[in-house]
Design a binder for this molecule. Structure first.
Ligand SMILES: Nc1ncnc2c1ncn2[C@@H]1O[C@H](COP(=O)(O)OP(=O)(O)OP(=O)(O)O)[C@@H](O)[C@H]1O
Ligand SMILES: Nc1ncnc2c1ncn2[C@@H]1O[C@H](COP(=O)(O)OP(=O)(O)OP(=O)(O)O)[C@@H](O)[C@H]1O
Length: 720
């Protein structure tokens, strides 16, 4: 045993390098060597997986390796080297016995000999080692936090450096910016090429839908355009990317929108100042006082002249109509007149995002860039926005995963795929059909091309050394060289959303509301005498306008809130998972998805967590990337993985398709269909609702009631 441990120590030293070993505490290295020398140690497959599984974290924490990738490399090497020293033992195959073996055969009725005390039974890490590991962990946390803060500062600096975009009245009567031609550009983020050598022309007045899988680089492209970081964008082109909510302060929502017309605000301020000055002068003249020295030789005539200019300009820019226009945009986005007069700081993030959208619509820039605008809106507002954008006189690009919305508002689709942008004319459905047709044709062309190449190559190979056919062979070689190359169809990997089936199935009742009423402290009663039940077969979508109380009902169901009167019964055996925007926004951005899951579920083997993340498409390197670098859809998947790990019986979903790409929504629908439990969602995604639930509940003032019709019919009811 001692010899094995010595050999093992030698191998560890060799693989890690003496300098590393010297820096790491002696007991840690000898612990590693001893574990590997243990005869019962399970090395697993020859790729070092067993070592990584057992010692990976320790190697990383003790700083024996730089990072996880290096750790995998080191484990593989250790396994190889230990194998060449005969330490890695092949696992004995399980054999079936020819005759039954009696466990007590040959045993005497006597006390079993005492097992000699094994060195490994003693605590292997001293408290000093443990403290050192803890210190290292804390140091790593601090480093991660610092990296994240650096990223936040960089993003803030980028935003601050963005050209300001305000209402531009010099464009009245038509913009000077027409088509935008961007030649041969690339977009790179964190050293990774997201878009490579692409040429794109945006024709004036066209409405583009930018689609593509989560994480392909849509947001990054819009950011690069807004920063004017792409050649070909005219300097004077006003590009507005609606990405950030407005800051919360004492300005009212209405004023915040109106402030985007800087010229109007300045003219009005000047008008007020000059008007006051004029009044003062008149007063002084009346009281026959000498003009105050501090007012200098301000001349009444010149003030009146300037005021006249101001009135003319205000008239020209239609300043009187601005307030009504701003108010109607806000109203379209569900702001009541009272809400329009409230300070921006009193609104939640979602509502402040809506103010940002209202501002952008009010500004009407040369190129408007919208990133998933429907995510924060209720159905009413979405329908209003559709109508508004249909009449949009300029160019816009909208990133959206909402099929119906895209079908209504876009004239063209830009598909980001394989680092290239492909432009299609028509709405989303047309794009899907055309792309399918293209792919079919490409597949056919590829097969025909491959066949023809095969034939020619076979002829060349057969007659290469045949003098009589030399000229024929030459001409085939040339023809083969000239032959156009057809790319094979690269399909996207299939997505799967796997909601694990719970091992048990508690009997009814699962959740039941009996005369339950609720109101927030100090607020009005939101719901009165609710009576309904949810069981493991429920498939329900809840619809209703913003602020009506849908999320509150989810909280009453999950137990986060208690009814103010009546009861909400919850079976004690039922496990519930809640997916809310809070779960996406509340992720710890400093860690990677795997580490996040390890912290949420301590003690669960890493492989199990990895495979669960994988079932939501968080695979490979993505699971090891800091979460602040993930795209919206990628973060959403991490949140899904987290909430479903404990195999819930009931899943409560608040706008689950926000951020998910269209293939992922399809996968979500399939996953929910297969899921063996109850589902209740809040959503206004027609495709998701129609595909995955069979009941629609409408939430109206103080009530929740089944809607007797389809989602289409509900939508129609809202518009009539
Ligand atoms: N530092 C980094 N290292 C590696 N990859 C990075 C880094 N920063 C960002 N990325 C990757 O770059 C991509 C940027 O995604 P972006 O947000 O532009 O995608 P998207 O198409 O808008 O996605 P979604 O549809 O989910 O919103 C993501 O795949 C992200 O993982
Ligand atoms: N913690 C709270 N304290 C006081 N009032 C609250 C609280 N949370 C929500 N409300 C109020 O209760 C009402 C219902 O809110 P809730 O978030 O349930 O509505 P919702 O229908 O889910 O809205 P949305 O579609 O915007 O998510 C709103 O008027 C909201 O302002």
């Amino acid at each position: 045993m001692a010899a094995l441990a010595e050999t093992s120590m030698g191998v560890v030293r060799e693989v890690l390098g003496d300098s590393v070993v010297d820096e790491v505490d002696e007991p840690i290295v000898s612990y590693i060597a001893n574990v590997l020398a243990d005869q019962d140690f399970d090395f697993g497959p020859p790729d070092g997986h067993g070592i990584f599984h057992a010692l990976g974290d320790l190697l990383i924490d003790a700083r024996c390796v730089y990072d996880r990738d290096h750790c995998v490399e080191v484990c593989t090497k250790l396994c190889e080297k230990l194998g060449s020293h005969g330490i890695v033992k092949p696992k004995a195959a399980v054999r079936s016995l020819a005759t039954p073996l009696r466990m007590n055969a040959g045993m005497e009725e006597q006390v079993a000999p005492k097992k000699p005390e094994n060195i490994f039974d003693a605590p292997l890490l001293s408290s000093r080692d443990k403290a050192k590991l803890e210190r290292n962990k804390r140091k790593e946390d601090r480093q991660r936090e610092a990296q994240y803060q650096m990223h936040v500062a960089e993003m803030e600096a980028l935003r601050a450096g963005m050209p300001p975009v305000y209402v531009n009245h010099s464009n009245v009567g038509g913009t000077t910016i027409r088509d935008i031609h961007m030649e041969n550009f690339s977009v790179t983020v964190g050293g990774r090429d997201l878009i490579q050598d692409v040429t794109l022309t945006l024709a004036f007045g066209r409405h583009y839908g930018l689609v593509g899988r989560n994480g392909t680089g849509k947001t990054s492209l819009l950011r690069a355009m807004a920063q004017h970081a792409i050649d070909g964008i005219p300097k004077n082109c006003q590009i507005l990317h609606v990405e950030q909510e407005v800051t919360g302060d004492d300005t009212t929502a209405l004023q915040c929108v109106l402030n985007a017309d800087v010229e109007r605000v300045q003219l009005m301020q000047e008008e007020a100042q000059l008007g006051q000055l004029l009044k003062d002068l008149e007063y002084e003249a009346e009281s026959k006082q000498r003009v105050d020295k501090s007012k200098g030789d301000v001349d009444k005539d010149s003030i009146s002249k300037r005021l006249e200019e101001i009135y003319k300009r205000l008239e020209f820019i239609d300043a009187d109509a601005a307030e009504a226009r701003a108010a109607s945009i806000l109203a379209g986005l569900s702001f009541t007149p009272e809400m329009q007069c409230k300070n921006t700081k009193s609104f939640s993030g979602g509502w402040r995002m809506r103010i940002a959208l209202a501002r952008a619509l009010f500004i009407e820039p040369d190129l408007l860039l919208l990133d998933e605008p429907t995510n924060h809106l209720d159905l009413h507002a979405v329908l209003w926005l559709e109508t508004y954008l249909l009449k949009w006189p300029k160019t816009f690009i909208v990133v959206s995963h909402a099929r119906e919305f895209l079908n209504t508002v876009v004239t063209d689709v830009l598909h980001l795929h394989g680092k290239k942008l492909h432009a299609y004319k028509g709405d989303y459905d047309t794009f899907e059909r055309t792309r399918e047709e293209h792919l079919k044709n490409q597949m056919k062309a590829f097969e025909t091309n491959e066949k023809a190449r095969g034939h020619m190559q076979a002829f060349i190979d057969k007659f290469r050394y045949n003098a009589k056919r030399a000229s024929l062979v030459q001409s085939r070689i040339k023809a083969l060289e000239r032959m156009e190359h057809v790319d094979a169809v690269v399909s996207d990997p299939d997505y799967k959303f796997e909601f694990p089936t719970p091992d048990d199935r508690p009997g009814p009742p699962i959740i039941s509301f009996s005369d339950a009423s609720f109101g927030y402290p100090g607020g009005p009663i939101l719901f009165k005498n609710l009576n309904f039940g949810i069981d493991l077969d429920s498939r329900i979508a809840m619809v209703g306008s913003n602020g009506i109380g849908k999320s509150t009902i989810l909280k009453l169901i999950s137990g986060d809130l208690q009814p103010t009167s009546g009861t909400v019964f919850r079976s004690p055996k039922v496990r519930m998972a809640v997916f809310s925007q809070h779960h996406v926004d509340g992720l710890d951005l400093t860690v990677n998805p795997l580490l996040y899951m390890m912290r949420c579920f301590p003690g669960v083997p890493e492989q199990k967590l990895r495979s669960h993340l994988g079932s939501f498409g968080v695979t490979g390197n993505l699971a090891l990337q800091s979460m602040y670098t993930l795209s919206g859809g990628q973060k959403s998947r991490v949140a899904f993985a987290k909430i479903t790990f404990k195999k819930p019986h009931i899943i409560l979903l608040d706008e689950p398709s926000n951020h998910l790409d269209l293939d992922a929504v399809e996968a979500l629908i399939q996953g929910l269909l297969i899921f063996q439990g109850g589902v209740l969602m809040v959503s206004h995604d027609e495709h998701l609702i129609t595909g995955s639930v069979d009941e629609l509940w409408a939430v109206t003032d103080g009530k929740v009631a089944p809607f007797p019709g389809t989602f289409k019919e509900y939508k129609k009811m809202l518009t009539t």
